[in-house]
Design a protein around this ligand. Sequence first.
Ligand SMILES: CC(C)(COP(=O)(O)OP(=O)(O)OC[C@H]1O[C@@H](n2cnc3c(N)ncnc32)[C@H](O)[C@@H]1OP(=O)(O)O)[C@@H](O)C(=O)NCCC(=O)NCCS
Length: 144
Amino acid sequence: MTRTATAEDVATIVAIEQACFGAAAWSTALVHAEVVGDRHVVMLSDDREAYGAISVSGDVADLDRIAVVPDARGRGLARDLLETLVDRARDLGAERMLLEVAADNAVATSLYESAGFDTISTRKGYYSGGVDALVMELGILEWR
Ligand SMILES: CC(C)(COP(=O)(O)OP(=O)(O)OC[C@H]1O[C@@H](n2cnc3c(N)ncnc32)[C@H](O)[C@@H]1OP(=O)(O)O)[C@@H](O)C(=O)NCCC(=O)NCCS
C-alpha cells in the first residue's frame, strides 16, 4: 500500500534515493521541491522502503523517479507504486505517461514493459558512460 508523501517524508525519501542511486541521488532540496510542487505527485510505500514521483503538465505525465531499497526489491512494491501513479496521473488529466530509462537497466525496462509502456525513441549516449536512454510511453486512457 502507498500514501501521498508530505514534507515530513523528505528525509526518508532522500535515504531511499541514496540507497538506490548513490552519487546520482537527488538532493534534499530537489526531493522537497518534488514533494511540495503543485504539478507533482510523490507516493511513498507504507513500509517507507519505496517511492515514486510524477510531474503532470497538461495531458502529459512524466515518471520522474521510482525506487525501492535493495532489501525490499522483488516484492511488487514498484509495480504497486507505478499503478498508483498512473491512476493519479489520469485523475489529474494526463492522457499519456513518458519516462526515460537507461537502456542497460534491465529490471526497470522489464517493469515498464510489463506495465504496458512502449519504447518510442532512443537518445544515444544520453547517460554518463555513453549509455543510451530509452524514451517510453504509456497510453493512460487505454490502460487497464
Ligand atoms: C527497478 C525497481 C524500481 C524495481 O522494483 P521492485 O519493487 O523490485 O519491482 P517489483 O517487485 O514491483 O517487480 C515488478 C517487475 O519488475 C521486473 N523485475 C523486478 N525484479 C526483477 C529482476 N530481478 N530481474 C528482472 N526483472 C525484474 C519484472 O518485470 C517484475 O514483474 P514480475 O514480478 O511480474 O516479473 C528497483 O529494482 C529499483 O529501485 N532499482 C534501482 C532504481 C531504478 O533503477 N529505478 C528506475 C529508474 S528511475
